[in-house]
Design a protein around this ligand. Structure first.
Ligand SMILES: Nc1ncnc2c1ncn2[C@@H]1O[C@H](COP(=O)(O)OP(=O)(O)OP(=O)(O)O)[C@@H](O)[C@H]1O
Length: 296
């Protein structure tokens, strides 16, 4: 008998998850005899439910929520002996993972996709000894500014709210020292921001790492080395043209393993949430999950 687990975060996306519950169950019932629904009540519930889906050998796990819920689900699935195919319905503000995979932003369309999806192998990132991520790591005050984005700003400006707070942090910003060893190479210098992207979409901007693919086995590392007027204004058009990696103020390289440290007290932002202090080591888990994407 085939079985699917549906995780719903009722609080995600201004509490719209529950209104799509029945549609999601109906879509999953087209391919599964049994559909079990789990509701999150707080932190770590989605993580725990996803682990349960592995242990109990569910064929499919589907999560409905924002990037926080999807990140927790992935943390429950990664590196398990048995891993169900994974699908999700994006309910959040930014939804970078969904953007990268071509999953529709409209809930009804994302749910319809569950009736006849293609399961695509997808990379995820691992912070060694800590946790997993699916989109981005960031270090620097500009990244930390994103914690100041309020729910009101998010509902008013969407993902633009993060750009606005980030731009505010540009003003009084000073560089920090950074040392990165990667795949047998080394980069050392001063930086204003470091971003490690696994997919093309960062902060809702799909052209951020335009050349990045969800299963290319690589981290795409961007280091903002300079932040001086008037050159800084060239970052914006390059960002939206997908040319950020060629901007003279940016150092760019690809890596499958990274070790990052700094002499200063810095904290890494993981998929938009506050992570742990530096130093850290990260590696790509190539084709770790099978994720439902639109059938071609
Ligand atoms: N029933 C619940 N009530 C309140 N908070 C919950 C509940 N279940 C889970 N959470 C919390 O919701 C957070 C995840 O929210 P998620 O990112 O999925 O949605 P969102 O905040 O609407 O998305 P986005 O940040 O993209 O706008 C987790 O920190 C988790 O602890």
């Amino acid at each position: 008998m085939t079985k699917a687990m549906l995780i719903i975060n009722p609080s995600s996306g201004q509490e719209k998850g529950l209104s799509f519950e029945q549609e999601a169950i109906d879509a999953l019932k087209k391919r599964h005899e049994e559909v079990i629904v789990k509701y999150t009540e707080g932190e770590n519930d989605a993580h725990r439910f996803a682990e349960e889906a592995c242990e109990e050998r569910y064929d499919t796990l589907v999560s409905m929520g924002g990037d926080g819920t999807i990140n927790e689900s992935i943390n429950g699935l990664a590196e398990k002996e048995y891993i169900p195919d994974f699908g999700f319905v994006p309910l959040g503000t930014v939804n970078d993972f969904a953007r990268a995979l071509g999953i529709p932003m409209k809930e009804k369309e994302a749910i319809r996709l569950l009736e006849n999806p293609e399961a695509k192998p997808v990379d995820i990132g691992k912070i060694v000894g800590e946790r997993y991520f699916m989109n981005v790591l960031a270090v620097g005050a500009i990244a930390e500014a994103t914690y100041r984005v309020s729910p009101e700003q998010k509902s008013k400006f969407g993902s633009l709210a993060y750009l606005i707070e980030g731009a505010r942090a540009f003003k009084n910003e000073t560089p920090f020292d950074l040392e990165i060893t990667y795949d047998g190479n080394r980069w050392e210098g001063e930086a204003y921001l470091m971003l490690v992207a696994l997919t093309n979409s960062v902060g809702g901007i799909e052209s951020f790492a335009e050349h990045a693919d969800v299963n290319d086995g690589a981290f795409h590392v961007f280091i903002l080395k300079e932040l001086s007027l008037p050159k800084v204004v060239t970052l914006i058009p390059d960002l939206f043209r997908g040319e950020l990696k060629s901007n003279e103020q940016v150092e760019y390289f690809k890596a499958s393993e990274l070790s990052v440290s700094s002499g200063e007290d810095l904290v890494v932002n993981i998929d938009g949430d506050e992570g742990m202090p530096l130093p850290f080591e990260a590696s790509v888990l190539h084709n770790e999950l099978n994720v439902f994407v639109p059938d071609k």
